[in-house]
Design a protein around this ligand. Structure first.
Ligand code: ATP
Ligand code: SF4
Ligand code: MG
Length: 326
């Protein structure tokens, strides 16, 4: 076993996670239907690691993130979190006070910063609004000092705290949402498409900022993106998701060189312009399916693929894939 591997300590373990949403029956349809947004998803994030979740629109990335911050209750499966002392707990079993502490350790940066900031508030209020109720019982002065440190840490100035979100560019607004996420020094920062809406040069600046924060603080990230190339640049490990199912997982460098799953290969071809990128949202599963989720689009599909979903098989120690025909 390599030294690097020995040193890995778990931060969060997600096991067989499922989330389905009930859809109300329409006027003419007799039965209510379910959307299977997250389907039997298993992955771990180690301390100090950046784990990327990659997939097209509608594949279940945001739902997975919302399950991690307990914004949604899982239909089944478990999420186990390890605190600073290495003590583990199942997040579903936390009481209200413990949930508050947990939600300060796992912070979520919203997909769309413009929509998550009230334009009538100044940046200080946007960043600290929830802190009045924090488990840390902070005074007004302590809250201000934390906000000042956080805004400076993301490359903005103390005076910016008194401006409004609309006074800033898209990249600066994204810095403000990162500062808001970091204010209570979480262990895990979930970044949901944080650079997708930005120009390429601004994207690079925000990614460099996140890289610096990772190095300085040993912070762990869950980095959600539809862009496999950005994920390969930024993440240590990547999980590729399709229609709620994790179909391949590997260290970023391995995935870049040796992707195995036909869907991962398609994403790489689309990213390099060799295939046309899908612009349509991935059709959500409304009925529980038995087959491979990618069968309807896969050039290698056989009869078995439509009737039975493959389990993960290990390609190497850290590389696993769900496909019958590797
Ligand atoms: N609250 C909800 N009620 C019903 N269906 C939902 C709900 N939230 C998400 N879904 C459905 O679950 C599926 C997964 O959605 P999710 O937002 O997790 O995808 P995503 O990968 O984050 O997509 P995007 O890249 O567009 O943000 C989609 O089909 C979506 O329509
Ligand atoms: S299991 Fe079959 S349909 Fe699914 S990715 Fe593999 S070859 Fe394609
Ligand atoms: Mg999303």
């Amino acid at each position: 076993m390599s030294k690097d591997k020995e040193n890995k300590q778990p931060l969060i373990e997600i096991k067989n996670l499922c989330k389905s949403f009930d859809l109300q029956a329409g006027f003419f349809s007799k039965k209510d239907k379910n959307v299977f947004a997250v389907n039997n998803v298993t992955f771990n994030i180690n301390k100090g690691e950046t784990y990327g979740i990659v997939g097209e629109s509608g594949c279940g990335k945001t739902t997975t993130a919302r399950l991690l911050i307990k914004m949604y209750k899982a239909t089944s499966g478990s999420i186990v979190f390890y605190d600073e002392d290495g003590k583990s707990f199942d997040i579903a079993k936390l009481n209200k006070a413990q949930t508050k502490v947990y939600q300060e350790k796992v912070k979520y940066i919203f997909q769309d910063p413009a929509r998550s900031m009230n334009p009538r508030m100044n940046v200080l209020t946007v960043m600290t609004d929830g802190l009045k109720y924090s488990s840390k019982k902070l005074s007004k002065q302590q809250i201000y000092e934390l906000a000042k440190k956080s805004i400076v840490d993301v490359g903005l100035k103390e005076e910016d705290l008194l401006k409004r979100p609309t006074d800033f560019s898209g990249g600066q607004r994204q810095r403000i949402s990162i500062a808001r996420g970091l204010i209570l020094e979480p262990s895990l920062l979930i970044c949901d498409e944080v650079v997708s809406a930005l120009d390429v040069s601004i994207q690079a600046q925000v990614l460099n900022l996140l890289s610096d924060l990772r190095k300085e603080r040993g912070l762990s990230f869950m980095f959600i993106t539809h862009d496999l190339k950005v994920a390969c640049f930024f993440c240590d490990k990547i999980g590729v998701m399709y229609r709620g199912v994790l179909v391949e997982e590997a260290p970023a460098a391995t995935l870049y060189k040796d992707a195995v799953h036909p869907y991962t290969k398609l994403l790489f071809e689309a990213a390099t312009g060799k295939a046309s990128a899908s612009t349509v949202e991935v059709k959500t599963t409304l009925e529980k399916e038995n087959g491979c989720p990618f069968a309807h689009r896969c050039p290698k599909a056989t009869e078995k693929c439509f009737s039975s979903c493959p389990d993960f098989s290990q390609i190497t120690d850290e590389h696993k894939v769900r496909c019958w025909n590797q």
